[in-house]
Design a protein around this ligand. Sequence first.
Ligand SMILES: *[C@@H]1O[C@H](CO)[C@@H](O)[C@H](O)[C@H]1NC(C)=O
Ligand SMILES: *[C@@H]1O[C@H](CO)[C@@H](O)[C@H](O)[C@H]1NC(C)=O
Ligand SMILES: *[C@@H]1O[C@H](CO)[C@@H](O)[C@H](O)[C@H]1NC(C)=O
Length: 171
Amino acid sequence: MATKLSVGIDVCMTWERRFYLNLPEVQKALHANRTNLPYPWSMCSSVVNYSDTDGNIDMLPLLKRIVQNHIPVWVFSGDQDSVVPLLGSRTLIRELAHDLNFKVTVPYGAWFHKGQVGGWATEYGNLLTFATVRGAAHMVPYAQPSRALHLFSSFVRGRRLPNTTRPSIDD
Ligand SMILES: *[C@@H]1O[C@H](CO)[C@@H](O)[C@H](O)[C@H]1NC(C)=O
Ligand SMILES: *[C@@H]1O[C@H](CO)[C@@H](O)[C@H](O)[C@H]1NC(C)=O
Ligand SMILES: *[C@@H]1O[C@H](CO)[C@@H](O)[C@H](O)[C@H]1NC(C)=O
């Protein structure tokens, strides 16, 4: 039952996620729960005691501090995300770039994956990137796993997203 998906929309995802992330082999692979906590993993447990107002905390000062320490930051957004639409995130990152006096180092344009547009991206001050993932909803790796992996591995390897359809040496 845990792997049985309905066609199109997976209405059981919340349940499957809890099942999956509680599998001992998954926890081992993620180096999670190494202390054998006495309760199961759940999406929003009361253990951490989140405040309802935490969701309103402005994250930009924190991102600013990270970037000011020369650590690259990428903010990405599925371009079909109706929960956190890309326009807000894109605007906030542009405002942060202005605040940091960063110049545009990659103008807003398409990036490519497997010969197709993977999304659009822009970069400021060689450090701060905003990227969209085409055809992705709120949970980007779930909706567009291949494009999401390309985005994530580019970030981890410190590489820009490809601005041509020509395959790179690693593809
Ligand atoms: C942690 O692992 C133990 C098994 O060692 C399991 O019983 C428990 O549910 C897990 N807790 C969390 C938070 O993953
Ligand atoms: C969670 O935090 C609130 C506010 O600090 C406190 O009133 C409440 O008792 C806490 N709940 C738990 C379960 O720790
Ligand atoms: C693509 O990226 C390269 C390297 O960053 C740059 O030199 C080139 O001008 C870019 N091409 C376009 C069309 O943006």
